[in-house]
Design a binder for this molecule. Structure first.
Ligand code: SF4
Length: 589
């Protein structure tokens, strides 16, 4: 018998770092791990030679073997976001050395191990490299809560923006103590009551903030394409005469990034008036940018300006009549936003983490325990036996380490989420069985051609009704679900039905509809409300809608232009920085 111990990715990485030979087969993706291995090796060889080496010596061995001093210095001098990060990293290293020196002064001869114990035991940083000014002549930066009960001659309340103040989002605490308070106070608990309470709290906080000044109160808000002042601004300073509120033009920020931005604006707004010897503002701005570019300041060189770049290609994504790969779930994403669909298809959303990874695991567990993975069973009765709930948990156990979670209450909460999904799955299996559905397949691959669309995917579960018609089930493990009125034209479900009718699961088989089963937080205790069923296409007023959608989508997917469609999905969009209609990506316009 061969026993294979499951190890978490963290565990495997740690083992590879202490035995760097294990990193040899990897390419540049393991450079970070190799660097850490080299640092550890330098520190351990120093301690082997000089077991009494102090913390500062060991830190120096670690730092010099990291070989990042030059690159961090260059990045810090170049400015920008990377520069700010390099600044912070360098400060952190200096702080660590300063802490080692402080400990050595307090406890001469203390070991490196004592320093590690000292630092890890700190709950708050004991010291800072930042020189602190005297607190009597400084500006206090506080939240309204922290300012309560105090007064100053001058007070500025900044950022009175719509959505930020009042912030009417419902919120709670980790332990839900506010529910206990409501219960003890005999207060009503409903969404409406909670929103009213928040509105009152926000108004109270505003009152606290604007009553802290003895002489002068300044309230600021920004109005721009993306931001609007809060309605509270009119409460603080009513415009009784109906006059428009005067605006103050904001000076460019006194930062390197701000200076480069202002110079670039100067250059691009009057490009024709520039000459190499000119004395006008655009010419001077261009010369200043050239100097900054020579010194490697980020964003100063025109070659790095997105707006000046030409398209790399205007050719269609898929040439000629070549078939276009279409996945049923991709159709939903494509319908919401074509640009997001395109960018996430090529890696824009990064690896799946957190909830998505747990969802994948739950899908695997259900598929293994629910039905044999065998396309040949389609059309035959293979189900019927009740699913063993305990077996599902065991299957989850066997895979859980793959998530690489670090233990503690967070991991326990995620495990509870996964178990709740399995509970809902088992409840669904039993309800479907009672309704006469028999599972005839799980994790079944599908492939079907329609126009240019080559539909490919994997179906979570295929069920047959008493009349032999097939129903496709898709398990969802997320926390949101389509609205009820969207289900009848849900692209993924419609696509499944087209595939069934097209003979992908056997000639002559008819579709009995398709359904989403919400196993995640979008599901409820009542399984009937967690099943979102689409009736058979034949019963729709327009039975061809799904076929048309697939054919038209495939044509656009093959093209050269993809629309960015603003909608609900923008809030959680992973490619906002590459989207010209999102504030984060507006530079691409
Ligand atoms: S931010 Fe919105 S519009 Fe832009 S790509 Fe993402 S989903 Fe599409």
């Amino acid at each position: 018998m061969v026993c294979v111990a499951m190890r978490s990715p963290d565990n495997l990485l740690a083992r590879a770092i202490v035995a760097p030979g294990r990193l040899l087969p990897f390419g540049s993706e393991a450079d970070g791990a190799r660097r850490i291995a080299a640092m550890l090796s330098a520190a351990t060889s120093l301690l082997r030679r000089r077991p009494t080496a102090g913390a500062a010596d060991v830190l120096w061995a670690l730092w010099s073997s990291a070989k990042v001093a030059d690159s961090w210095r260059d990045a810090a001098l170049a400015g920008g976001r990377a520069g700010a990060r390099a600044d912070r990293d360098l400060d952190a290293v200096l702080e660590l050395f300063a802490a080692a020196e402080t400990l050595a002064e307090r406890l001469p001869g203390s070991s490196a191990a004592a320093f590690v114990t000292h630092v890890t035991a700190q709950e708050l940083a004991a010291d800072s490299v930042t020189v602190r000014s005297s607190t009597s002549e400084c500006v206090s930066v506080l939240t309204p809560h922290a300012a309560a009960g105090r007064e100053w001659r001058h007070v500025a309340v900044v950022g009175l923006q719509e959505g930020a103040w009042p912030d009417l989002r419902l919120r709670g605490s980790l332990l839900g103590s506010e529910h206990l308070v409501d219960l003890l106070a005999g207060r009503e608990r409903s969404v409406h009551a909670a929103q009213t309470a928040i509105r009152h709290d926000e108004a109270r906080l505003l009152h606290v903030a604007v009553t802290r000044s003895r002489e002068r109160l300044i309230v600021t808000a920004v109005q721009s394409d993306d931001e609007q002042p809060s309605a509270y601004l009119d409460v603080v300073e009513p415009r009784l005469s109906g006059d428009a509120r005067p605006f103050t033009e904001v000076e460019r920020p006194l930062t390197l990034v701000g200076a480069v931005g202002a110079l670039r604006r100067e250059v691009v707004t009057s490009p024709t008036s520039m000459t190499s010897e000119g004395t006008g503002a655009p010419s001077r701005a261009a010369r200043t940018l050239a100097v900054l570019a020579d010194h490697g300041v980020r964003g100063a060189a025109p070659e790095t300006w997105w707006g000046l770049r030409s398209l790399t290609t205007a050719a269609p994504r898929v040439a000629g009549d070549t078939p276009v790969a279409v996945s049923p779930s991709g159709l939903v994403d494509f319908g919401k936003c074509q640009l997001r669909w395109l960018l996430t298809r090529v890696g824009g959303d990064g690896p799946s983490v957190g909830a998505a990874a747990i969802g994948t695991l739950v899908h695997e567990v259900i598929a293994d325990a629910d039905a044999p993975v065998d396309d040949s069973v389609i059309g035959q009765e293979t189900g019927g036996e009740p699913v063993d709930r305990g077996r599902l948990s065991e299957a989850l156990d066997a895979r859980w380490a793959r998530l690489g979670l670090d233990g503690g209450w967070r991991e326990r909460a995620k495990r509870a989420d996964a178990e709740a999904m399995l509970d809902r799955a088992v409840t669904y299996f039993s309800a479907a069985s009672q309704d006469g559905w028999v599972r005839v397949g799980a994790e079944v691959s599908l492939r079907h051609t329609l126009g240019r669309a080559e539909i490919r995917g994997v179906v979570d579960r295929v069920e047959a009704g008493a009349d032999g018609r097939l129903r496709i089930i898709d398990f969802k493990t997320g926390s949101s679900k389509p609205r009820l009125d969207e289900v009848a034209r849900h692209a993924q479900l419609g696509c499944y039905q087209v595939v069934v009718a097209g003979g992908a699961f056997g000639d002559g088989l008819e579709s009995a509809g398709a359904a989403l089963v919400q196993l995640g937080k979008a599901g409820t205790g009542q399984i009937a409300r967690s099943v979102q069923a689409q009736p058979p296409l034949a019963a729709d007023d327009d039975p061809q809608w799904a076929e048309r959608l697939i054919i038209e989508s495939a044509d656009v997917m093959a093209g050269a232009q993809f629309q960015a469609r603003v909608g609900d999905s923008c809030r959680t969009c992973p490619v906002r920085t590459s989207c010209p209609v999102a504030p984060e990506g507006v530079v691409l316009q």
